[in-house]
Design a binder for this molecule. Structure first.
Ligand code: OGA
Ligand code: MN
Length: 244
């Protein structure tokens, strides 16, 4: 697990070395941003396959991203339900071309999240959840998304819960603060469903975490063998049977 406060003085450590650094601090009592079920293995799985970097971007960078994103919605209203009911009260966009400063932020995310051998998908998925919006448990389709998913959280905190696809008693959850970056990969990406809790259930370590409008910027690696870059509606179904 990892909850590292980013130091802006040092370059971000990259790739798998960075994950092993995170692992060393997984049991630190200072680790306030993850909560686990009692399962013996779940901490180790999260340590190796999930990372959370708080304050990954500055307030100025958050405003810059939101400014650009908010020019793109046009008249797109929040929608009540996705076709597979995976999501409520949301709107979404895919953006492939960003202003220079925002492109630099996206690049920083991709440099931290992806390892050698990963192909980045340059269509960036932007998801806007209204205050009462939420995302039901799902696994991103393996047809449209590779082994790594990295998400910047903007505007509001929220709780993201991961539940093992075959055993609901095995779970962990992360408190995603605004301006943080999370990275899920491999076992967490394939073996756990992820969800953003609705306001009525938005509780982390017994504390209510009110969620307001929250925008996420999601960078995914490409699915192996996928020829087109389009993730499609992101979420396509819980594709548990497709998992390898
Ligand atoms: C998704 C998803 C999480 C987020 O779009 O598939 O899980 O952080 N989003 O918005
Ligand atoms: Mn997802």
């Amino acid at each position: 697990m990892l909850c590292i406060r980013c130091s802006r003085l040092k370059p971000f450590p990259t790739n798998s070395k960075w994950f092993s650094t995170c692992r060393r601090i997984q049991n630190s009592p200072k680790n306030k941003c993850l909560e686990y079920s009692n399962d013996a293995n779940v901490r180790a799985i999260a340590a190796d396959n999930f990372a959370l970097l708080e304050n990954f971007i500055t307030e100025g960078e958050e405003s810059s991203l939101i400014r650009e994103i908010d020019t793109k919605w046009k008249r797109l209203k929040y929608q009540k339900g996705h076709w597979d009911n995976a999501i409520e009260d949301y709107r979404e966009l895919e953006i492939s071309s960003w202003s220079k400063p925002n492109a630099a932020i996206i690049q920083r995310v991709q440099e931290v999240a992806f390892e050698q051998g990963d192909t980045k998908n340059n269509l960036i998925h932007v998801l806007d959840l209204a205050e009462h919006g939420f995302i039901n448990p799902h696994v991103d389709s393996v047809r449209f998304c590779g082994r790594v998913i990295a998400g910047l959280s903007l505007l509001s905190p929220c709780v993201m819960k991961y539940t093992h696809k075959d055993d609901a008693s095995v779970w962990f959850q992360a408190l995603l603060q605004r301006r943080s970056l999370y990275i899920m990969k491999d076992r967490v990406r394939y073996d756990f469903k992820h969800e953003i809790l609705r306001n009525e259930r938005s509780i982390f370590k017994n504390e209510i975490i009110p969620k307001f409008r929250r925008v996420s910027v999601l960078c995914r690696s490409q699915a192996i063998g996928s020829e087109n870059e389009r993730p499609g509606s992101l979420f396509q179904p819980i594709t548990l049977n497709e998992n390898t």
